[in-house]
Design a protein around this ligand. Structure first.
Ligand SMILES: Cc1cc2nc3c(=O)[nH]c(=O)nc-3n(C[C@H](O)[C@H](O)[C@H](O)COP(=O)(O)OP(=O)(O)OC[C@H]3O[C@@H](n4cnc5c(N)ncnc54)[C@H](O)[C@@H]3O)c2cc1C
Length: 494
């Protein structure tokens, strides 16, 4: 057995969540080893949120320029992907090099180890020939990878995942997109706006199937207006690649494209983490955690791995809880006040249980001893950055009804609001509210529109803080904003 080195905490996977936890614990004065096998920062900065939103920003600039013809004379648009690819390469990813991120982590006091980490018994992590013994615990933040469906022939083809789609320097003439969820639709619209012939193939009976059907319909309409072909209810059965193009077969139908982008969901790979060495079932889809992110004694998990929502803001939110809980755990080991067992959710997204005593710095925030937030996902916001954007929070109407809640729904069309009417070109959208009639509060909301993700923020506050609908009705909404349509939707609640 290799000789182990004793440290305070080991963090495996330095994506959004892991890097935040490791950095803040190191800043708090702990000896922290952070292990990353690929790029420090994870999916979001290199192949996810940031580069995809740079692509969307560019594609939306083209769409706005094309709207000049309807609103302000005429504009001739000439497409060029080169500045987009250059921006992603140079500004977002340093050509997929994480030196800056590694320095950022070591600058906070962490010790960086490049490699694949796996548990090797309680409190032990092995990475290559090295073994670390964690005095206080291990944090897993290993994220997810694209889940590629077992479609006949697919595995043998040079299909794209989000990685190749983000890294592309020269656009193909045509693109097949397998999967009509948020990532598939965002990328489909970008490529279509840059002149690629895009076909989306989705197995469900509508795109963006996890959101409200009204939102799906508006987004499908917007993408079709951009020239995207959308086929729903299509179960791909076989994929073929003849060297120059892909064909997806489904029954007697066939769809083809020069490239094939597979965006059918993501999967955690628990089998790689040595979880069986600590008695955790590694055949699960995700690693379940409690409200304080505990997966087992001395093991915390953070981010996509937990299956609570694949969003950077979830990973960051959970990271704050892990940091507070690890520090609380250490305090208790050292005989400090014990807040465990009394944890409860107070006033929304991260309830706080307070105890007495001196404060401990966690780098950027201060956590009083015994103060440990407990995760609460009631007001989890999500935004699909298509044009129009789809912002959503809490439950959809269907989810609320399935829970037996006495539901009221209020909807309004953005085009009939003053701001929507003024906006004209590109004004498709809606506000849909889902209320719990018995308690008089909103439990879900959707905001589709040119600024759907920004308008959402008011609705997130309403759901998070359980603001009574009667109070929301008596608020003053600035005229003529997009968010003023919330007032109309409230009036329509029934
Ligand atoms: C195209 C795309 C667009 C997206 N857009 C958005 C958006 O607009 N907004 C949003 O909120 N979210 C978005 N997301 C989701 C967001 O990127 C993820 O939710 C976020 O990156 C999750 O962070 P994480 O720390 O859980 O995991 P990751 O970022 O996946 O990081 C996990 C890290 O662990 C490493 N790792 C794995 N196993 C090991 C091991 N055994 N040893 C060592 N290291 C290991 C991996 O190499 C990786 O670096 C997008 C995702 C994609 C793919």
């Amino acid at each position: 057995m290799a000789e182990s080195e004793l440290v305070d905490v080991v963090v495996v996977g330095l994506g959004v969540g892991g890097e935040e936890v490791a950095g803040r614990l190191a800043e708090a004065g702990l000896t922290v080893v952070g292990i990353e096998r690929d790029l420090v920062g994870g999916e979001c900065p290199y192949w996810g949120c940031i580069p995809s939103k740079m692509m969307i920003r560019a594609a939306n600039a083209l769409a706005e320029a094309r709207r000049v013809n309807e609103l302000a004379g005429s504009a001739e648009v000439r497409l060029d992907w080169a500045p987009v690819a250059k921006r992603i390469r140079e500004e977002a990813t340093d050509t997929w090099d994480d030196r800056v991120a590694v320095d950022r982590f070591t600058g906070r006091g962490g010790r960086f180890v490049r490699g694949s980490g796996r548990l090797d018994g309680p409190n032990r992590v092995r990475v290559g020939d090295q073994v670390f013994e964690a005095r206080y615990g291990v944090v897993l933040g290993t994220g997810t990878r694209p889940s590629v469906p077992p479609i006949d022939g697919l595995a043998d083809t040079p299909y794209w995942t989000n990685h190749q789609a983000i890294e592309v320097e020269e656009l193909p003439a045509s693109l097949l997109v397998l999967g009509g969820g948020a990532i598939g639709l965002e990328l489909a619209q970008v490529f279509a706006r840059f002149g690629v012939r895009v076909t989306v193939v989705e197995a469900a009976d509508r795109v963006l199937a996890v959101e409200e059907p009204e939102a799906s319909e508006i987004v499908a309409g917007a993408l079709r207006a951009d020239g995207v072909e959308i086929h729903t209810g299509v179960k791909a059965e076989r994929v073929a690649h003849d060297g120059t193009s892909f064909t997806v077969h489904a029954g007697d139908r066939a769809f083809s494209g020069e490239k094939l982008l597979v965006v059918t969901g993501r999967r955690a790979h628990l089998e790689e983490l040595g979880l069986d060495s600590v008695g955790i079932d590694c055949t699960q889809r995700y690693l379940p955690v409690n409200g304080r992110m505990h997966a087992a004694d001395g093991i915390w998990a953070v981010g996509d791995l937990t299956g609570e929502g694949a969003f950077t803001h979830i990973a960051m939110y959970q990271a704050g809880i892990v940091v507070a809980d690890v520090l609380d755990h250490i305090r208790r080991l050292k005989g400090g006040p014990d807040a465990s067992g009394t944890a409860s959710v107070v006033g929304g997204a991260a309830g706080v249980v307070s105890a007495v005593g001196g404060a401990m710095s966690t780098g950027g925030s201060t956590v009083a001893p015994g103060s440990v937030p407990v995760a609460d996902y009631r007001a989890l916001p999500r935004v699909t950055f298509t044009d129009p954007e789809v912002g959503a929070v809490g439950l959809t109407e269907q989810q609320a009804r399935a829970r037996g809640i006495n539901v009221q729904v209020g909807c309004t069309d953005l085009t009939s609001s003053t701001r929507g009417w003024i906006h004209k070109a590109g004004n498709a959208g809606l506000i849909k509210l889902v209320a719990d009639a018995d308690h008089g509060v909103l439990i879900g909301a959707t905001s589709v529109g040119p600024a759907g993700g920004e308008v959402l923020s008011a609705l997130v506050v309403a759901v998070h803080a359980a603001v009574p609908v009667s109070q929301l009705r008596h608020m003053i909404y600035a005229y003529p904003t997009f968010h003023r349509a919330i007032e109309d939707a409230l009036r329509n609640l029934k």
